[in-house]
Design a protein around this ligand. Structure first.
Ligand code: NAD
Length: 380
């Protein structure tokens, strides 16, 4: 089968997330890296392409040139899908122009800087009929897919309580130094949007709640923490959630949880069973009930759902991890581009992006209005 021609925007040698996308796109043999703007600085941009050993004739000086030059090529030679891996404020203009010109999009979260922009992208995606994948990376883990399957299958009974937390500590050594805290884009509202902690990682936690339970968050009450007056961006917070069907939830997220690494964890308690999963130990899903000892499900076994098994490439006991999880999202997008009808949940969509921005803005509004309940929209 012909490989899908992939373009990459951002994700240069200096970036955090670039390598995850490049490797993920390669894993299931669906994509070929065809063109890129890895970096706004030309020397670094072309230097990185040379370092990767990829042809440099389609490394462009900037995003507008990429679009202009690619459109001059016959359709069968053109980049088909672009991954947007830049700081947040560039996601919207890039995704918009890509879709307007008929390209499919893979976009990092948060999808845009504002809720308004997110809704514009959703309308455009519907109008153009292009594929839009949002890389909420953790949805690609086999055991997360198993959670979604078991809950949809009613195995937990009625969902009663959801507890999600996402704790990191990396901002702690930065936040206490005035110069340092003004030097990173994640703490600059122009570049990151109105929230740091909830925008950067709270949005993953929020997505996990809706992705695994299949239930919408209806309203929230946030208590966000900024630590310093000159810091405009939350770096920690606790949010109470009211989820449809009368379910209560709590979302805790922090970037000043000293010593924490990438501590995303979710527990979902139903009337019959409960599930517990942790990102730092992603191949162990705890299944709990009142009547039996706790069970631990692991990937690749016949007792798992087809959806979960589809996300595993090796026999049980061969640990797969975050590269494979992202690769599963790339696989879902590839199936959608090829009209192979991927299952719901194989890749997060533009609607997850809209929900994410609705969450972020509601959380900040709740805080600014004096820690009050704020209703989320019911869009779909
Ligand atoms: N899915 C996840 O779990 C996850 C994890 C980390 C980051 N992210 C998201 O990925 C995005 C990038 O984050 P990061 O930590 O890699 O950032 P980063 O600052 O480490 O890297 C950003 C990259 O974009 C490049 N860039 C900046 N402006 C550009 C432009 N105009 N044209 C082309 N390239 C440009 C930079 O040179 C750099 O290579 C953010 O939106 C972030 O929220 C997602």
């Amino acid at each position: 089968m012909q490989k899908i021609k992939l373009g990459i925007l951002g994700g240069g040698g200096d970036s955090l997330i670039g390598v995850l996308h490049r490797v993920a796109s390669f894993i299931n043999d669906n994509y070929e890296l065809t063109g890129a703007v890895f970096n706004p600085n030309w020397e670094e941009n072309i230097g990185f392409a040379e370092e990767l050993g990829i042809p440099t004739n389609r490394i462009y000086k900037d995003f507008d040139t990429l679009i202009e030059e690619e459109l001059k090529l016959p359709k069968e030679e053109r980049i088909q899908v672009c991954s947007i891996l830049t700081p947040n404020f560039l996601h919207f203009p890039m995704a918009k122009k890509l879709m307007e010109n008929g390209f499919h999009v893979i976009c990092e979260k948060p999808m845009t800087n504002t809720y308004e922009e997110a809704k514009i992208l959703a309308d455009l995606q519907r109008e153009k009929g292009v594929v839009f994948g949002l890389t909420h990376t953790y949805t690609g883990y086999p055991m997360v897919r198993q959670m979604r399957h078991m809950i949809a299958n009613g195995e937990l009974g009625k969902i009663q309580k959801v507890d999600v937390r996402y704790y990191q500590g990396w901002i702690n050594p930065i936040i206490h130094d005035k110069e340092k805290r003004s030097s990173i884009w994640r703490l600059d509202p122009e570049k990151a949007g109105i929230s740091c902690c909830m925008g950067d990682i709270g949005t993953h936690a929020f997505n996990m709640v809706e992705y695994t339970t299949g239930l919408r968050v209806e309203k929230l009450l946030a208590d966000l923490n900024y630590l310093y007056e000159d810091n405009k961006m939350d770096i920690d917070g606790n949010i109470m959630l009211h989820i449809e069907g009368g379910v209560r939830g709590i979302l805790r997220s922090s970037q000043i949880a000293t010593g924490e690494e990438n501590g995303l964890a979710i527990a979902i308690y139903g009337s019959k069973k409960a599930l517990k999963w942790e990102q730092e130990n992603p191949n162990r899903l705890k299944v709990m009930s009142d009547s039996e000892p706790m069970q631990i499900y692991t990937p690749g076994h016949a007792y798992l759902s087809e959806f979960s098994l589809d996300g595993t490439k090796l026999p049980p006991g061969h640990p797969e991890g975050i590269f494979d999880s992202m690769a599963n999202i790339y696989l879902g997008v590839a199936r959608a581009i090829r009209n192979q009808n991927p299952r719901s949940g194989e890749y997060p969509t533009v609607i997850d992006g809209v929900r994410g921005l609705n969450f972020i803005e509601s959380a900040v509004k709740s805080q600014k209005d004096g820690n009050v309940w704020v209703e989320l929209d019911k869009q779909d």
